[in-house]
Structures are given as C-alpha cells and as structure tokens.
Design a protein around this ligand. Structure first.
Ligand code: SAM
Length: 247
C-alpha cells in the first residue's frame, strides 16, 4: 500500500484529510504513547497536567477529551478529579482500541466512555458539557474554525476549554534548533520505533500549516470564548489555548 505524501496530507482538506489522518493514527496506535513520551522527553505529561488544572474540574462534572487518542489527557483529568466523567471522542478506531485497553487496565471503564466521532460534528446536545480538552489534535482537523464553533456549541455557559497544540515556536533561535530536531531526529526515531516515518514527517508539516496563535484566538472568540488567550509552555514548544464559554 502506498502512503500519502506527508506534506500533501497536511495541506489536504475535508474528508480526504480526515481519511488520511485516521489511517495514519490507526497504523501508529500501538507505539503512540512510547514515542510521545520519548520524543518530548516526558514533558508532554507536565503540559497535560498544567492544562488540566485550568479546566477547574469538579466532582460529577462531564468533560470531553476531543481527539482523545490513547487517552492520556482523559487519565490526567481523572487523576486530578476522580469524581468526574470523561467522554473520549476520536476518529481513529485503532487509537480508541488502545484507550480501551488502558481504561480496562486502570479499572476506569465506568468513568471513560469511548466514542468514535469527528471534532467538526460533535454528537452532543448544545450546552451539555462542563468542560472540553483537546491535546495535540486540532492541528489535524481540516476545518479548525468549525471545530471551535462546535466546542462553543456543546459547552455549558461558563464551561472551560483547554487546547494543547504545537502552534509554532516564537523565539527564532529555539525555532531553528527545534526545526533541526523536527526534520532529522523525529522522523528517524519515529521510523525506528513505529516502523512508520510518514507519520513523523507529517507532524512537522502539520505544525507549519497551523494558522498561528492570532487567527486561532480570533476563531475562539468568534465561537463564544470570552477570555481566549494563549500560554507558551517550555518556551512555546507547546501552546496552551484557554477560554471560557460566555454565559
Ligand atoms: C496526536 S494525537 C493526540 C492524542 C491525545 N489527545 C494526546 O494528547 O496524546 C491526535 C489525535 O487526533 C485524532 N483526530 C484527528 N482528526 C480528528 C477529527 N477530525 N476528529 C476527531 N479526532 C481526530 C487522531 O485520530 C489522533 O488520535
């Protein structure tokens, strides 16, 4: 089977992008967690913890982990607030299967519900969720503005949104150094560990296609997030976008 060109996939739109992304995550699901922690040196764990603090979880609350993948954001939420419930939505059945294995191992099947779905068309009623998290997922959505409108639609007034993303590094020196890591180290380690260099060449290509903090924050405001703002984590290697659904 020939794999799509990663640059082309990062520029693809609509259902073709979704199908390519879904197939790619299905292929790497088994090695995703290991590579994630390896390639970020474990800092992804700290970034998710920081983001979860901002969600201000409460017992009995229902939270969405959108583009949940293997569920590291969902598990971080449950560690912080064991009394909440998490709905984990993702396009890739392979990633959701891995999440299922982890949920059973952690004996948290009663607290995490897995749902195959598309972030641009969420299967929830308006104003039905207490908070919403997206970890390194929205970069892959063809229509990010539409996904943000959906986030605004499904959240209750006052509900918090915390999006982690690789949104480009503002500091030119750090950006150049990271560019080398992204172009050379990441695809090589990705290929050695997962046998799939395409996915790890797609990653930097998709970061390049991200619209930038300014336009993204404007879309958040348009979707009803009154205090939309971006916090740079580890010098901007990761960005945390935060907002509260207006009342
Ligand atoms: C890089 S992984 C992130 C997984 C997890 N959130 C984390 O923090 O490690 C991106 C995930 O986004 C999912 N995804 C991509 N496009 C999607 C869409 N349109 N709707 C829902 N999930 C999507 C992929 O299947 C994949 O599991």
């Amino acid at each position: 089977m020939s794999l799509p060109d990663p640059q082309a996939l990062s520029r693809e739109t609509g259902s073709r992008r979704k199908a390519g992304v879904e197939a790619m995550f299905d292929r790497i699901a088994g090695r995703y967690d290991l590579l994630n922690h390896l390639l970020s040196g474990g800092t992804d764990i700290l970034w998710r913890r920081r983001a979860v603090r901002e969600l201000r979880l409460r017992p009995g609350g229902v939270y969405l982990d959108l583009a949940a993948g293997t569920g590291d954001y969902a598990f971080t939420m449950l560690r912080r607030e064991p009394g909440c419930r998490v709905l984990a939505v993702d396009l890739s059945l392979g990633m959701l299967a891995k999440l299922g294995e982890k949920t059973r191992a952690a004996q948290q099947t009663g607290q995490i519900s897995r749902i195959r779905g598309d972030g641009e068309r969420l299967p929830f009623k308006p104003g039905s969720l207490d908070g919403l998290a997206i970890g390194y997922g929205i970069r892959n959505f063809p229509d990010k503005r539409q996904a943000l409108l959906e986030c605004g639609r499904v959240l209750k007034p006052g509900g918090r949104l915390a999006i982690l993303e690789l949104a480009g590094i503002p500091n030119p020196l750090l950006r150049s150094l990271f560019g080398l890591y992204f172009r050379f180290v990441l695809p090589m380690v990705g290929r050695l560990v997962s046998g799939d260099s395409m996915a790890y060449r797609y990653l930097p290509a998709s970061v390049e296609q991200f619209p930038g903090r300014g336009p993204f924050l404007a879309w958040m405001r348009e979707a009803g997030f009154i205090d939309a703002r971006a916090a740079e984590l580890s010098g901007g290697i990761s960005t945390l976008f935060l907002g509260t659904r207006e009342s």
